[in-house]
Write a new protein. Structure first.
Length: 155
């Protein structure tokens, strides 16, 4: 009985049309990027987390970057890479991290160019279109993700 239910579920899932990816929109403005950085810094300061915050546009080019005092220098590149990955692949970097943790065929992301499977990068969406992405690095990946999400929630 269970096998039959599983087969029916598999048929339903595989027959569903693929969802269209979210489209890219116009690039984020510097003014908007600065507002997101301020909101991210507020969350990081509240938690006493030294982080780097990077904002890229819809083409994955750097628009703004802030490195809080006493943040490890390596986090500059990591924050930019998280933001780039999120913009280029139109999804949070946590999706890649979760896939990597699941293992199996998901491990192929380790060879994909521009993929950084570490939480902390999230697309910036306005009117259903990706206008850029934020990347945060400096503390635990889940804490980086918390700072990035706080910035987006403050829009």
């Amino acid at each position: 009985m269970r096998l039959g239910s599983l087969l029916v579920a598999m048929l339903v899932v595989t027959s569903m049309p693929a969802q269209e990816p979210m489209p890219y929109g116009p690039p984020i403005t510097l003014e908007h990027a600065r507002k997101l950085i301020i909101a991210a810094e507020e969350e990081a300061k509240k938690q006493q987390w030294p982080v780097v915050i990077a904002i890229v546009d819809s083409g994955a080019h750097l628009v703004a970057l802030a490195r809080m005092d006493n943040t490890q220098l390596g986090s500059v590149e990591v924050a930019m890479m998280k933001a780039r990955c999120s913009a280029l692949f139109r999804r949070p970097t946590k999706v890649f991290e979760d896939g990597l943790i699941a293992g199996g065929a998901n491990n192929r992301v380790l060879k994909a160019p521009e993929v950084l499977p570490i939480e902390g990068g999230i697309p910036i969406v306005v009117d259903g279109k990706i206008i850029g992405a934020i990347g945060v690095s400096g503390v635990k990946p889940s804490e980086d993700g918390q700072v990035a999400q706080a910035a987006l929630n403050a829009k």
